[in-house]
Design a protein around this ligand. Structure first.
Ligand SMILES: C[S@@+](CC[C@H](N)C(=O)[O-])C[C@H]1O[C@@H](n2cnc3c(N)ncnc32)[C@H](O)[C@@H]1O
Length: 229
């Protein structure tokens, strides 16, 4: 945040100006901080996940759900628990994060039953195939339009019939102080930003999807639903 002014003046993430590398690479080199970050994300998802997941019953119509940047699995676990009809969930995340997820004792029953699976790697390079619903939570605001479109296109190619149900923060003129603060934080750390409904419609369209609706969840998050165009 101390580099925010310089970031605003010169462009690019403040985090990179302070640390000479991006947030994800830095976390990769600092396992203690990465664990703390991943635990914080898990708490975030454990707190709000139940209301978000309960607000979007179409999750229950999917057989296989992939959570892109799914962290240590809290959001996807909530989907699998609330909707037993979902036969398999796949967490896509960086290998070090997947390693931390696999070590979670509370996930052992879901993993051993085959309902929870992992796809370690860079989601810009590869995503799992055979998916019915791709989901995200707190992911899209980290990436530029060009990066997000390339990720969405990769999903569109990997599973041409799959839909998207992204649990994300949506910008609007009525945005709460929390959202406005979060927007600035994302700008400082990753030159990221919260998108409005129209901006989501535009990036999804560029990747070959049609935005269907934005479903409120009674939390700061909404589900952005898009289907192949
Ligand atoms: C803000 S966290 C969100 C975690 C989780 N979705 C949640 O809400 O609890 C962003 C996640 O994206 C993952 N990530 C970042 N870049 C990635 C990449 N290129 N490929 C796969 N995962 C990535 C990070 O490791 C991190 O777990």
């Amino acid at each position: 945040m101390g580099e925010l002014r310089r970031a605003g003046r010169t462009g690019g993430p403040g985090f990179e100006k302070a640390y000479d590398t991006n947030l994800w690479a830095w976390l990769g080199q600092n396992p203690g901080a990465a664990r703390q970050f991943n635990d914080a994300m898990r708490e975030f998802s454990a707190t709000w996940g139940p209301r978000i997941v309960a607000s979007y019953t179409p999750f229950g119509e999917a057989s296989v759900v992939a959570d892109l940047g799914g962290g240590t699995g809290a959001f996807l676990t909530e989907i699998l628990t609330r909707y037993p009809s979902v036969s398999r969930g796949v967490v896509v995340d960086q290998p070090s994060v997947v390693e931390q997820a696999r070590a979670r004792a509370d996930l052992a029953p879901l993993i051993s039953s085959g309902r929870l699976d992992f796809f370690p790697g860079d989601f810009f390079a590869d995503v799992p195939t055979g998916i019915d619903v791709y989901t995200t939570k707190q992911i899209t605001h980290s990436w530029s339009d060009a990066q997000l479109v390339s990720l969405l296109k990769r999903c569109r190619d990997a599973s041409p019939n799959a839909k998207f149900a992204a649990a994300e923060l949506v910008q609007s003129h009525e945005a709460s102080k929390f959202l406005r603060h979060f927007d600035i934080m994302m700008y400082a750390t990753m030159a990221g930003f919260l998108r409005s409904g129209d901006e989501y419609a535009d990036v999804f369209a560029q990747a070959g999807y049609e935005l269907q609706r934005i479903v409120p969840t009674g939390t700061a998050f909404a589900i952005i639903e898009a289907t192949p165009a």
